[in-house]
Design a protein around this ligand. Structure first.
Ligand SMILES: [Zn+2]
Ligand SMILES: [Zn+2]
Length: 594
């Protein structure tokens, strides 16, 4: 794709869109009673949802792919026709889902995929061969423009019609299409690699976390090893926050309805909040955010210009409603802990404060092994924005200048800010080049107004402070998911729950291994002895599978020379060394955050 070209305008998008139509034709030929619904291009491919008389098998996908290649070879042109809703209804008379989509198009408010839309769209169909789909394009000229050797159907998954669990369950066929077979190969390799790195699979293999049906979907149970990784991450961040002159605060999980009314959450965020609890006739809500509590701490006493800036940090656990259909491992959950902070400052302190928080965020992300960042600056949307346009200028400019100074590549998302203020989002690129949104630095013009926040200036008058929301790793749950996938479970040494394992070759080497273990523990190295009766190779294999950075083999020679034979999880074999030598090496890797 050319740089800065929108995906929607790219050739690949048209190819995938067209491939989805070709696939739908093949499916309808295989199942004449098939109801076809929507089939958009997505990142790296396309899908199409069908209501079918039976469940699809992998063999079906093979024959569908074969038929698709025939249709491609036919070089059928894609022909567009604009028509009225009535005409469209006639064409799709026996396609109930399409009829529902046509209603949406006619009323406006929805596009042909059922996504919300601001305008009333024109209704159009695309026809190739004898297959017609409701669609506004764009498409390639003819089916022959799809490269048959750069096309593959990947899998079938269940998907509710319109993502609504009360509506029918459909079968979603995922496919991918590229310009060249080489691009397809690369993509398939990446998919395989992503499967190996899947945090849900590694979470089980490394015994990091689980989700229990008895507890509930989207609620994470952190096991001791995952808990250790989280603790280490939090400890490190807490130290950095302390150095960064943040104050630590703690707040409860619930708050009165009136609080969420003042904050506005009940107006604009209620669909993400759980039903209220009744406590002595008063309604309380589980918190979806920590902000109102931190504001109340700010308001607990009179603030003077000398007190500012104030930086309140909390690892605050929040609860947000997510449909069960979108929950996904650690990445999309219903309860999670944010590494949240709220900054309150005077207007004159604001640029320095932004610089500081941005630099702070990047330094911490780097410590976790991320070095590729992409920042997004969201600016004012004139249609919906709190405060006067002039109010937005200084903060937006401060965010921009801070980005320029950090030299992180950034992109301006014009008009993409939420109504309460401009923001910076920082995405990291992982080992597979996938982008993950982690940090957010969000200005807020509304909450200081709503809660009537003030400080007394050097003129003795009341002034309004600036307020900035900031989450750095974002949610600890999600961050852990990203971290697992980025490192494929082989976290940097400083984050490993077990850093070294001692592997005695025979039982007679166990006492020596235990002596070394004590020495390592004294030096703060997390180590254990694998005293099982297994063979050495099996123990090494298990340690590799657990991604343990250092394997220390001890046999007769090591006992005699008071050494350990070091093997690394990378497969390297540095060999025998004295225990103090190993400790030095290990501690250096830890302090280098390798
Ligand atoms: Zn189309
Ligand atoms: Zn906040």
């Amino acid at each position: 794709m050319a740089e800065n070209e929108r995906y929607e305008d790219s050739q690949l998008y048209s190819i995938r869109h067209s491939a989805a139509h070709v696939m739908a034709q093949a499916v309808v030929e295989m199942f004449p009673d098939a109801k076809y619904t929507i089939g958009p291009p997505i990142e790296d491919g396309f899908y199409y949802d069908f209501d079918l008389p039976r469940t699809l098998t992998p063999e079906d996908l093979k024959s569908l792919e074969k038929r698709m290649r025939q249709i491609i070879a036919g070089k059928y042109p894609f022909e567009k026709q604009v028509l009225s809703a009535g005409e469209a209804r006639e064409i799709f008379a026996d396609q109930s889902y399409k009829l529902e989509l046509i209603d949406g198009l006619e009323q406006g408010g929805f596009d042909e995929y059922g996504n919300p839309l601001d305008e009333v769209p024109e209704i159009s169909i695309y026809k190739h061969d004898h297959f017609i789909d409701l669609c506004r394009g764009p498409h390639v000229e003819n089916t022959g423009k799809i490269n048959p050797s750069a096309l593959k159907l990947l899998n079938v998954a269940g998907a509710y019609w319109r993502g609504d669990e009360k509506r029918p369950m459909l079968q979603r066929i995922y496919g991918t299409a590229w310009k060249t077979s080489q691009e397809l190969e690369e993509y398939l390799w990446k998919l395989e690699e992503a499967k190996k790195r899947d945090h849900r699979r590694l979470g089980k293999e490394l015994d990091l976390f689980s989700v229990s049906d008895d507890v509930g979907a989207g609620l994470i149970l952190w096991h001791p090893k995952g808990g250790m990784v989280r603790k280490l991450a939090e400890d490190y961040c807490r130290e950095e926050h302390e150095r960064g002159e943040y104050d630590f605060v703690y707040s409860p999980h619930i708050g009165k309805a009136a609080l969420w009314e003042t904050s506005g959450h009940l107006d604009w965020y209620q669909e993400n909040m759980y039903s209220p609890l009744d406590i002595e006739g008063q309604e309380y809500y589980l918190k979806p955010m920590n902000c109102p509590f931190h504001i109340k701490i700010y308001q607990s006493s009179m603030r003077s210009y000398r007190d500012l800036p104030l930086r309140y940090a909390e690892w605050g656990t929040v609860y947000r409603y997510e449909r069960s259909g979108v929950l996904h491992g650690l990445l999309r959950v219903r309860g999670f802990t944010q590494d949240d902070a709220h900054l309150f400052c005077r207007p004159d302190q604001m640029p320095a404060e932004i610089d500081r928080v941005l630099q702070f965020s990047l330094n911490i992300l780097r410590a976790f092994g991320f070095d590729h960042f992409q920042a997004y600056l969201s600016t004012r949307n004139p249609e919906k924005a709190a405060g006067a346009p002039e109010q937005w200028e200084a903060p937006t400019e401060a965010l921009r200048q801070a980005l320029i100074r950090t030299e992180v590549p950034y992109q301006v998302d014009e008009g993409e800010a939420t109504f309460y203020g401009p923001k910076i989002d920082i995405k990291v690129k992982d080992a597979l080049g996938r982008e993950w949104q982690l940090s957010t630095i969000q200005f807020d013009f509304t909450l200081p107004e709503r809660f009537d926040l003030t400080f007394i200036g050097d003129d003795g008058q009341e002034h309004r402070p600036y307020m900035i929301h900031r989450a750095l790793l974002g949610s600890m749950e999600r961050f852990m998911g990203v971290l697992i996938e980025h490192h494929a479970g082989a976290f940097p040494v400083w984050l490993m729950p077990v850093q070294a394992v001692l592997i005695p070759i025979a039982d007679r080497h166990i006492p020596y291994a235990e002596k070394v273990l004590d020495q390592l523990k004294d030096e703060g190295i997390r180590a254990e002895v694998d005293a099982r009766g297994e063979r050495m190779n099996a123990k090494i294999r298990d340690a590799q599978r657990q991604k343990i950075p250092y394997m220390l083999v001890v046999g007769d020679r090591e006992v005699e020379n008071e050494q350990v034979a070091l093997r690394l999880r990378s497969g390297e074999n540095p060999g025998a060394m004295s225990v103090p030598e190993f400790i030095n090496r290990c501690q250096k890797d830890i302090s280098d955050r390798k």
